[in-house]
Design a binder for this molecule. Structure first.
Ligand code: AHG
Ligand code: MN
Ligand code: MN
Length: 333
């Protein structure tokens, strides 16, 4: 290991990657790095400490049982964002409404962040990879005024930065500010994120598909036929694809980003709009996918073009290698 480039050096060396003040980008990513290191530490000792593992005993607005780590992570990120000086408000999976930061300094912040503090919560108790997903926009309300719902409900095309942290066998931060995708691995000995995956590109095609196939009998016929195509010798490899489903969107997405593949969470009767949330799950990963040469759609429409109507809105999600998503869409008609 030599000449490692830290996240902060990387950002400051490449001001051309961000159309606004690069010091602001640096402040936002610094907040994400600080919070994610503390969440990563909590996760690493989850089985040993009472206040970390297990259910919190509450239900969030999605009707899902909150895990203690969901709440700890939410607090860690909110603390980091509220003290960044450039963020005026946030919205997260674990808060019914958006949160406006009230300090005078924060009110003059130009950015809002929407995030899923811990993605893949159902995997916490079984020691499987989980993640954090984030999406950053310029506010549309005037500087100095309280943040509004309109600041949060912007289409994904307006994102100025997005990314995720994966708490896997190593902890990684992957982000894009609109000029390609780069990945950084947390170096445990120094506690710094260092560039490990420069200019990430998603393979145009692949042979991995990820979907909760427990739902397949309840899915629309076009999707049933696409999954049969994946499992047949009719596809371009002449062999059945491999099924891979971790059940943590971030981890499934990250694998497909590196190896090529498709992730699908379709409309199902129990969840007609799909399960995943547009603003803090689908949009940020769609931004990363497109920046890496991949594609993200509802099966019929580009994710980033959707004009959101609600904070916790859900959408069906087809994301991954470009040719695989296009092929899946051709089956849906
Ligand atoms: P979260 O833990 O933030 O609520 O998100 C869980 C999501 C996603 O990570 C995963 O891909 C999907 O839900 C799994 O859903 P199923 O258990 O229905 O497959
Ligand atoms: Mn999630
Ligand atoms: Mn979550």
């Amino acid at each position: 290991m030599h000449n490692l480039i830290t996240l902060d050096d990387f950002i400051l060396q490449r001001p051309q990657d961000f159309p606004y003040d690069v010091k602001e980008l640096s402040a936002i990513l610094e907040g994400i790095a600080v919070a994610s290191k503390s969440v990563s530490e909590d996760i690493r000792k989850a089985g040993l400490v009472d206040h970390v593992l297990g259910a919190q005993g509450n239900t969030n607005i999605q009707g899902e049982s909150q895990q203690k780590l969901d709440v700890l992570a939410d607090e860690a990120f909110i603390n980091a964002f509220s003290s960044s000086g450039v963020i005026c408000g946030i919205a997260s999976e674990e808060n019914d409404n958006f949160v406006a930061f009230n300090s005078e300094r924060a009110a003059f912040g130009s950015y809002v962040v929407l995030f899923d503090p811990l993605d893949g919560s159902s995997n916490i108790d079984v020691n499987v990879s989980i993640g954090t997903i984030f999406s950053v926009y310029r506010r549309v309300s005037p500087l100095g005024s309280p943040v509004t719902l309109d600041d949060m409900l912007q289409p994904g095309t307006e994102q100025v930065m997005a990314g995720y942290v994966l708490y896997g066998s190593s902890t990684m931060l992957v982000y894009s500010s609109g000029n390609g995708v780069n990945g950084f691995t947390l170096k445990p000995s120094t506690g710094e994120f260092c560039l490990s995956h420069a200019n990430m590109r998603m393979p145009e095609n692949g042979r991995l598909y990820a979907m909760n196939e427990g739902n397949i009998q309840e899915c629309e016929q076009g999707l049933v036929r696409y999954i049969q195509y994946c499992q047949s010798r009719e596809n371009q490899t002449g062999m059945p694809y491999s099924g891979r489903y971790i059940g943590s969107l971030v981890a499934d997405f990250h694998r497909n980003l590196i190896k090529g593949g498709i992730y699908i969470y379709p409309s199902v009767p129990a969840s007609p709009e799909g399960r995943l949330r547009l603003l803090y799950e689908c949009n940020p990963l769609a931004f990363i996918a497109e920046q890496a040469g991949g594609l993200a759609t509802t099966g019929r429409q580009r994710i980033l073009d959707i004009v959101p109507a609600q904070l916790h809105q859900r959408v069906p999600y087809y994301v991954g290698s470009k040719l695989m998503v296009e092929k899946a869409m051709s089956f849906l008609g």
